[in-house]
Design a protein around this ligand. Structure first.
Ligand code: HEC
Ligand code: HEC
Length: 359
């Protein structure tokens, strides 16, 4: 009797367990199915929920990874893939190659000409001039011809390119009508063409960083250099040559093969702004590595080292247009060359603005 009742009870328990298992596995299947749908990016047709923006389905949609979402306020360069099959593609791509591998084509051992110091345009115009706050070419072509404060006259686009050849690459530019110049112009025109009103943040050139209230200090900068830069750019600033000896893997920061003292990078504000948001290599404006003071100090150290000289006495003939961190006099204000080179810049800027107003 007793065992019979026990068996009956057991059967009952098994039946309940069975039911329970059936329900849980059903539930499991449903949950897994939705999870797979959600992960595979399946969306219910928009129309159904369009009038209910806060419906739970919309809320629970798995969001795409943040890094994949374009940031509308920053410029996004077109991709060269879009050039496939286009008639002018070859010229544009050659232009891009000249920006990326300048030394290979035009350096001391260049296969097309021997015009430059072995650096590449891309060394300072990162990612072929498409990276935010790394001297990108987003607004360049659309703005030319334009008045140049430095030369004091209206310039064509090719003349601005030539200036970087003569200063940053301490060399000579290919001729105005050479295939090389035309190719670079074609690339710069094409890459900047998406420039429009939606690009609300000016991310061309570099992000200026706040002024210090003391002069930038080359001695402190030397320590920053030793700990954060010399591993790539070398203890003597010479960089590391590429195995084919046509250029550099890590470009030089001073010495014979570096930019000359007429270059944009010789101005402390440009150097500090570039380095703060792009160096050590891998740092970005979103994830900088240096403090502002470290960026100013290392700029002071590097730009205190020897480098090729350029006669720039014809630059900024109109003194009121001279940038306050331009390290060669004469000036409209009363501050020394030393202070115009290393700062502090706050007072200089104030007086400069005042004089400009009174002019
Ligand atoms: C050593 C760094 C460096 C190198 C190398 C360099 N540039 Fe530049 N370039 C700059 C800086 C810095 C500026 C911005 C100058 C300023 O604001 O005074 C600039 C500005 C420009 C501009 C104007 C951009 C604009 O929006 O107005 C063009 C075009 C340009 N460079 C082209 C080139 C080309 C082409 C090469 C290679 C032949 C090159 N640069 C190599 C640092 C460099
Ligand atoms: C991990 C290696 C690495 C480190 C560390 C590094 N850089 Fe660079 N740096 C590069 C590379 C590579 C380039 C050229 C980028 C390109 O061509 O795309 C470059 C370019 C530059 C340029 C522009 C080109 C030139 O030669 O004038 C400057 C200026 C510069 N670095 C400064 C610094 C400073 C200052 C530091 C230390 C705070 C630093 N870098 C640390 C790898 C490095």
């Amino acid at each position: 009797m007793k065992t019979e009742r026990n068996n009956e009870e057991k059967l009952h328990v098994f039946a309940r367990l069975g039911k329970y298992l059936a329900w849980t596995s059903c539930l499991f299947v449903v949950v897994m199915f939705s999870l797979v749908l959600a992960l595979s990016g399946f969306h219910l047709p928009k129309g159904i929920y369009a009038d209910k923006p806060n419906s739970p389905i919309q809320k629970n949609q798995i969001k795409p990874l943040k890094s994949r979402v374009p940031e509308p306020e920053y410029w996004r360069a077109p991709d060269t893939i879009q050039l496939q099959g286009k008639a002018y593609a070859d010229l544009i791509i050659y232009g891009k190659n000249l920006i990326v591998r300048t030394a290979y084509y035009l350096g001391p051992e260049g296969i097309v000409g021997k015009l430059t110091n072995g650096m590449n345009c891309q060394n300072c115009h990162l990612d072929a001039g498409t990276r935010p706050f790394a001297n990108n070419f987003s607004v360049f072509y659309a703005g030319f011809p334009k008045m140049s404060a430095r030369s004091g006259r209206k310039e064509e686009a090719f003349e601005r390119i030539a200036e970087c050849f003569e200063r940053s690459l301490n060399g000579k530019a290919p001729g105005r009508n050479s295939r090389e110049m035309l190719a670079m112009l074609a690339y710069l025109k094409w890459v900047g063409k998406k420039q429009n009103a939606a690009h609300s943040i000016a991310d061309n050139s570099v992000k200026k960083i706040p002024y210090l209230d003391v002069p930038a200090d080359p001695l402190k900068g030397k320590m920053v250099y030793a700990s954060k830069c010399s591993s790539c750019h070398g203890e003597t600033g010479k960089g590391v040559a590429s195995p084919d000896e046509k250029g550099y893997i890590y470009p030089p920061l001073w010495g014979r093969d570096s930019y000359n003292d007429g270059a944009g990078m010789f101005r402390l504000g440009n150097f500090a702004g570039f380095v703060k948001n792009n160096m050590p290599y891998g740092a970005t404006y979103k994830d900088p590595n240096l403090t502002d003071a470290q960026a100013w100090d290392v700029a002071a150290f590097v730009n205190a080292q020897p480098r090729p000289h350029m006669d720039s006495k014809n630059d900024y003939k109109n003194l009121y247009t001279k940038p306050i961190d331009y390290p060669f006099g004469p000036y409209a204000d009363s501050f020394s060359e030393e202070q115009h080179k290393y700062g502090p810049f706050i007072e200089v800027e104030k007086q400069h603005a005042l004089l400009k107003q009174q002019k």
